[in-house]
Design a protein around this ligand. Structure first.
Ligand code: NAI
Length: 315
């Protein structure tokens, strides 16, 4: 595959995720053009990105081989979509999670770029066949779903439209690898992709256990943060099975299949997430972390700081 280095990527939408993608692409040496349809928003994003990149350099956490100044010299903001798309080989859409907004963006973008330009969406939970239904040539469409905050959490789920060409998946995969993300490929679209399906399974069982009075909110969160999460930062559930029996996976299946199936058969229905159980769970978590902005901000900053340290460790 020819080198993608130094090529232009257009980021459409300069909110939380658009700004993060821009920083990730800059760290890999790509030229990034940011567009937002809210006047002044894209230039505001540049100010914010500059601040963050300079802080990261000071904290010795800047990604990539380029200095902060070198990375910032690759960045520009545009209030005109056509200008923003000029020369791009890859468009990363990051507008509101709203199907109509995505349709209008991709319709506009498709009319302004050549057939070879890859159209990629950041959507967290819309299906590719819906997101790209207004695009004429869907063979170059793909979802590249990041995890927040993408600068520290490197996973990107690549989800094809049923018509996406394998070569388009390959380019997206190479690009994500090149900028230091950790891409995974889904072979076909599925609601929730992989990450949210697993996440929702964990949320559902945690919710049921608290709802049924088996465990407190504080303790179920500790089951993850001090238990499963400790190893899941480094090895996944399948490798965990493989390592947890003396002779590997087949041994694990022989030893634990019956128990797993017995427990799995006791799982309850999908929770309602409403009514008295929801009120109780909201009260419990708010006693631990009040829902006022100052408390949430402190916890978010702690989360990001710890993720930064973990990212260092994983490197
Ligand atoms: P946001 O609300 O922070 O930013 C959206 C930006 O898009 C705003 O700056 C807005 O002015 C701009 N915009 C809206 N319509 C536009 C249009 N037609 N043309 C150009 N710009 C337009 O949203 P956020 O959180 O950055 O999310 C963006 C996408 O990323 C969504 O699809 C979301 O589901 C996905 N995502 C979000 C994650 C998160 O944790 N926030 C994680 C993974 C994916």
């Amino acid at each position: 595959m020819t080198s993608l280095k130094g090529k232009i990527i257009t980021v459409v939408g300069s909110g939380l995720i658009g700004r993060s993608w821009a920083m990730v692409f800059l760290s890999g040496g790509y030229k990034v053009k940011i567009y937002d349809n809210e006047p002044g928003q894209a230039s505001g994003a540049i100010t914010e990105i500059r601040k963050q990149i300079e802080e990261l350099q000071r904290a010795k956490m800047l990604r990539g081989n380029l200095t902060a100044a070198q990375q910032l010299s690759l960045l520009s903001s545009h209030d005109d979509l056509q200008q923003a798309l000029e020369g791009a080989f890859f468009v990363q859409e990051c507008v509101f999670e709203d199907l109509e907004a995505k349709h209008s963006v991709f319709h506009e973008v498709e009319n302004l770029v050549t057939e070879s330009v890859i159209l990629s969406s950041s959507t967290s939970c819309l299906m590719p066949s819906n997101v790209f239904s207004c695009v004429q040539n869907r063979t170059r469409c793909i979802i590249s779903h990041p995890v927040n905050p993408p600068y520290y959490v490197r996973l990107v789920e690549l989800v094809p439209h049923p018509e996406t060409l394998p070569a388009v998946m390959d380019v997206a995969y190479s690009l994500m690898t090149d900028v230091g993300q950790a891409p995974v490929r889904l072979s076909k679209e599925i609601d929730g992709f992989a990450l949210n399906r697993v996440q929702y399974a964990i949320i559902a069982e945690s919710w049921r256990l608290v709802q049924d009075g088996v465990i407190s909110v504080k303790d179920i969160d500790l089951v993850m943060s001090e238990g499963l999460g400790m190893r899941y930062a480094f090895i996944g559930p399948i490798e965990t099975m493989h390592l947890n029996a003396p002779e590997g996976m087949e041994d694990y299946l022989q030893r634990y299949t019956e128990g797993m199936k017995r427990v799995l058969n006791t799982f309850g229905p999908v929770p309602d997430f409403s009514g008295e159980p929801a009120a109780r769970i909201v009260k419990e978590i708010c006693e631990l972390i009040p829902a006022e902005q100052q408390h949430l901000t402190v916890r978010r900053e702690r989360r990001d700081q710890l993720l930064m340290e973990l990212a260092k460790l994983k490197k």
